[in-house]
Design a protein around this ligand. Structure first.
Ligand code: IMP
Length: 424
């Protein structure tokens, strides 16, 4: 059965580890949205790998890694990542395939990202500055440059000229020259050529041949452009709908859907976060959980588990199960809070509000659970967990409305409790 693994919070849930862990059951791992704003961290035998654009399945020999049309591809970032993997002894040749319909991120997108943030001032999004938003703006504005455009050097030259000229008009005193942008792109195009495919044909053919596919989400449901905390979101559909549009496959092909959640909540960048903790407890979670951005190094905002948010993500994505990560970060806490609903304007809310202004006014309603002192780190059986940890998980499942099928108790692949064989 095919399986989608996606973020059910604000990103950084630990999708990289879960995808890597499950990859051995699949022939293809495919990314369907986002770009190198993602930072999927995977530890194998003590070695740390951070995957930004390339699917996290790359660390398993023989698995094909696909980048779908819904992804925005920065060729420079792509090849930097390819070279780093090669340097670390990972054989990537012939294993990375890119959709001919994927849009490209070019150097002017990065500048426009910075400019847009500067213009927003106090209302800035807190983007990763990778040019993600401006590249998707060009896509929707029907002036983007796609991977298939690399084959037509005349048309490409015209497009690059037009886009650089438009950018010079937007950025005060900018005199960016289109020629070096084009030259660099042509060099990358040469290297990219053997990787380019019609991904919809490739994936649909693979499914017909009985191969199973893992769909790897980037960012999280609450950062989704439609269903997230707009405007404090990324510019793509990180939730389940993105799988179909971002790969060219029908909804029936998706199979099962697993939402990855941390045993608490984090967020990077701006925007409301009802269960955010300030002071000592926030710092404790940040330091114990090493909550610093894999891509930007920014400290993450930390807070208690938000059951309202995950319930919402479960509805949007039709989650069949949760992959619960970083349980061990809570080891040693006397008590742990779970947000079960919000209070706003004297009313109790059990649904996640659409309006970011209203969300900012919401006060979390907590249920306090006893903590546990025995370490859970590295445990691999559910019944080895301290009773209080099992109770915490039970409550979290009840509040979220989804069973925890996988529980991660450490950063290594095998530090995991598998309760359900979600790949079958
Ligand atoms: P952008 O995707 O760079 O445009 O950033 C938009 C928002 O999404 C910002 O709040 C970022 O911090 C957030 N974001 C983007 N990618 C990730 C990610 O992989 N993990 C967590 N947050 C992300």
């Amino acid at each position: 059965m095919n399986l989608a693994v996606l973020g059910a919070q604000w990103g950084d849930e630990g999708k990289g580890k879960i995808v890597d862990l499950l990859t051995s059951h699949f022939s293809i791992v495919s990314r369907y949205q986002g770009g190198h704003n993602a930072g999927h961290t995977v530890y194998v035998n003590g070695a740390k790998f951070i995957l930004r654009l390339i699917p996290s399945g790359i660390l398993h020999a023989g698995v094909t890694c696909v980048i779908g049309n819904g992804v925005v591809v920065d060729p420079q970032a792509l090849f930097a990542e390819v070279d780093e993997l090669k340097k670390n002894g990972i054989d990537v040749d012939g294993r990375i395939l890119i959709s001919d319909k994927a849009h490209l991120i070019l150097p002017y997108h990065r500048d426009l990202d910075l400019l847009s943030e500067a213009r927003r001032g106090e209302r800035k999004i807190g983007t990763t500055s990778r040019g993600i938003g401006p590249a998707y703006e060009d896509k929707i504005g029907r002036r983007g440059i796609r991977v298939c455009d690399l084959a037509d050097s005349k048309g490409l030259e015209q497009n690059v000229r037009d886009n650089v000229t438009a950018r010079n008009r937007l950025v005060q005193d900018s005199t960016m020259d289109w020629k070096p942008v084009l030259d660099q792109l042509l060099t990358h195009a040469e290297r990219m050529r053997p990787m380019i495919r019609d991904v919809s044909v490739l994936v649909n053919d693979a499914m017909r041949a009985g191969k199973s596919i893992l769909f790897e989400g980037a960012q999280g449901t609450l950062l989704d452009i439609d269903h997230g905390t707009y405007p404090y979101v990324t510019s793509s559909n990180a939730s389940i709908g993105g799988v179909c549009t971002g790969l060219g496959i029908p909804p029936k092909a998706i199979g099962r859907v697993i939402g990855v959640v941390k045993a608490y909540t984090t967020r990077v960048g701006e925007g409301p976060f009802p269960t955010e903790l300030f002071g000592e407890m926030g710092n404790r979670l940040r330091e114990t959980g090493s909550e610093y951005g894999a891509v930007t190094g920014r400290p993450r905002r930390c807070g208690w588990y938000d059951g309202v948010a995950v319930r919402y993500a479960a509805r949007i994505n039709g989650l069949d199960g949760l992959a619960l990560t970083k349980l061990d970060v809570l080891d040693g806490l006397e008590s742990i809070d779970i947000c079960t609903s919000y209070r706003s304007g004297g009313r109790t809310l059990t649904d996640f509000p659409s309006d970011v202004g209203q969300l900012a006014q919401c006060e979390p309603v907590y249920e306090s659970m006893p903590g546990w002192s025995a370490p859970t780190k590295g445990l691999r059986q559910f019944d080895q967990l301290p009773a209080a940890a099992r109770n915490y998980i039970k409550k979290l499942e009840e509040v979220s409305g989804v069973r925890a099928s996988i529980i991660s108790t450490g950063s290594e692949r095998d530090d995991t409790i598998i309760r359900d064989e979600v790949w079958r």
